[in-house]
Ligand binder design. Structure first.
Ligand code: ADP
Length: 484
């Protein structure tokens, strides 16, 4: 076990959490502060195949006991974890802020609490589940939901706490044991979560957290035949690799991948609200899978929209994410910033117009960038950038607007601005995406299904959908009148 490190007054373990105790690896990897890259935060234990085997062993051993526990009893532990998260919002918020650069205000006021709600919500949904029963063809039919086994949850570096809690809660509520592997660029909030798991009273081995890289630790986890569910959020190329491992073991797999979502603005919309929301997407430097990165505006409101959009974009303040005056965070890592700048450079070289920004702004920052593509086929329109880079296109008439909106291989979400109720319904149905918002963005009910169409993913999370994924469903049929 390594010594805990103190970051902004909060002590964090740099080790794994397996079978209810801290486990160190001989090798480590560094995690640094995105907005102050010279500042190393911790040397974190770097897990390998042996770490994966140990974690799967712990989760496998703990599974029968946890699965046999009733949903209400499991729910009580999940509620205790939610209580502990709420009591530790300040600690979790500052660690996530330092490790990932998400704005501290937003973490402190909303995001961490949402993590607690994920556990509460699933405790309640699982406890409220009633088996479906009906009579047909002379038999009594019943659908039984059975825990599936150890689940591997792999999460990305953006929104690490929110996504980890969102993905682990249904697995645990369904009666599965969990091995969470957070991303190597933002591992620390998960390590704080492990402290709370210990305090909440989970039996050892029910909820394990391992730290390390995808290509060795992650690969070993998803390839282990004792694992019965794999739930992944990350990039399309990684989903292909994990999907192959899942196929090898015939293990159900969900993947929530990227997006290239349209933000469609009709002339009858509240243009100021639309422009504000569009420019607001720069706040986390565009590192959000659901972002409406393709702004598509009706011709007749092009000028007023751009005027307002530029005013909101100009008002952004890049800087230290702890500072409440900062409105735009740094990119997570210099390698990622270089990748984003590569998109901008290629767009410029190919003849797209850089309408604003388009340059590195010191450290891991890139100025808020708007690109007017030379054609809809431009790389920057078709591929996810995951940075503060939005594209701007215009349309004449609904048909063209919908055609542009639906013109990529992705289909995670869509955002529509219109003041017309009939149009809201019509366009809402026509836009391709797992979630489509009208006149709002990112507001999500935790019981609604969430996931992607096309290369944006496989499967749905949220509400009962995730509980079904984490369960083996059985139909039990008893011949009526045959038993007394
Ligand atoms: P991003 O582009 O968001 O970093 P990745 O798909 O590379 O997306 O990473 C998302 C998560 O997947 C991270 O936790 C990473 O470590 C993990 N990962 C990457 N490659 C693999 C792999 N081959 N097997 C399992 N997990 C992986």
């Amino acid at each position: 076990m390594r010594d805990r490190v103190t970051i902004e007054g909060v002590d964090v373990s740099p080790d794994h959490f397996i079978g209810g105790r801290r486990v160190a690896s001989a090798e480590t990897f560094e995690t640094r502060c995105p907005f102050d890259w010279d500042r190393k935060l911790a040397d974190v234990s770097r897990g390998d195949a042996a770490t994966a085997a140990l974690a799967v062993e712990a989760a496998t051993a703990a599974f029968p006991g946890w699965a046999a526990t009733g949903a209400a009893e499991r729910g009580a532990v999940l509620h205790r974890l939610a209580d502990l998260i709420e009591a530790n919002i300040a600690r979790l918020a500052i660690i996530e802020c330092m490790d990932m650069a998400m704005l501290h205000e937003s973490l402190r006021l909303r995001v961490i609490a949402r993590g607690a709600l994920n556990f509460r919500n699933y405790a309640d949904i699982a406890a409220g589940y009633t088996e479906r029963t009906w009579s047909s063809r002379g038999t009594a039919n019943r659908v039984i939901r059975m825990p599936a086994g150890p689940a591997v949850i792999i999460t990305p570096w953006n929104a690490p706490f929110m996504l980890s809690t969102w993905k682990c809660a249904p697995a645990l509520a369904a009666g599965n044991t969990v091995i969470l592997k957070p991303a190597e660029w933002s591992p620390l909030s998960a390590s704080l979560l492990a402290d709370l798991i210990e305090q909440a009273g989970f039996p050892p081995g029910v909820f394990n957290i391992v730290q390390g890289f995808g290509r060795d630790l992650g690969m070993a986890l998803v390839s282990d035949p004792r694992v019965k569910r794999i739930s992944f959020t990350g990039s399309v190329p990684t989903a292909r690799v994990i999907g192959k491992a899942a196929a090898e073991n015939i293990v159900p797999f969900t993947a929530e991948l990227g997006g290239k979502s349209p933000l469609l603005v009709f002339a009858d919309a509240d243009i100021d609200a639309a422009a504000k929301k569009a420019a607001g997407q720069y706040d986390d430097s565009g590192q959000v899978c659901m972002a409406g990165t393709r702004i598509i505006v009706e011709d007749s409101v092009r000028e007023p929209f751009l005027e307002k959009f530029n005013a909101y974009a100009d008002a952004h303040v890049m800087g230290d994410s702890r500072d409440p005056a900062t409105t735009m965070s740094a990119l997570i890592h210099p390698d990622h910033a270089a990748r984003v700048l590569g998109f901008i450079d290629r767009a410029r070289a190919a003849g797209d117009t850089i309408a604003r920004g388009g340059y590195a702004a010191g450290g891991n920052f890139i100025a808020p960038t708007l690109i007017v593509p030379r054609s809809n086929a431009s790389e920057v329109v078709q591929n996810e950038v995951f940075g503060p880079v939005l594209t701007f296109q215009t349309f004449a008439g609904e048909e063209e607007g919908i055609a542009l909106a639906n013109s990529t291989a992705y289909g995670l979400s869509g955002i529509i601005y219109t003041g017309n109720a009939v149009r809201a319904e019509r366009i809402g149905r026509a836009v391709r995406g797992g979630t489509v918002w009208v006149n709002t963005f990112l507001v999500r009910d935790l019981t609604a299904p969430f996931g992607g169409i096309g290369i944006s993913g496989i499967g749905r999370e949220g509400g009962d959908y995730a509980l079904d994924f984490h369960s083996d469903l059985k139909t039990l049929q008893i011949l009526e009148g045959s038993v007394g």
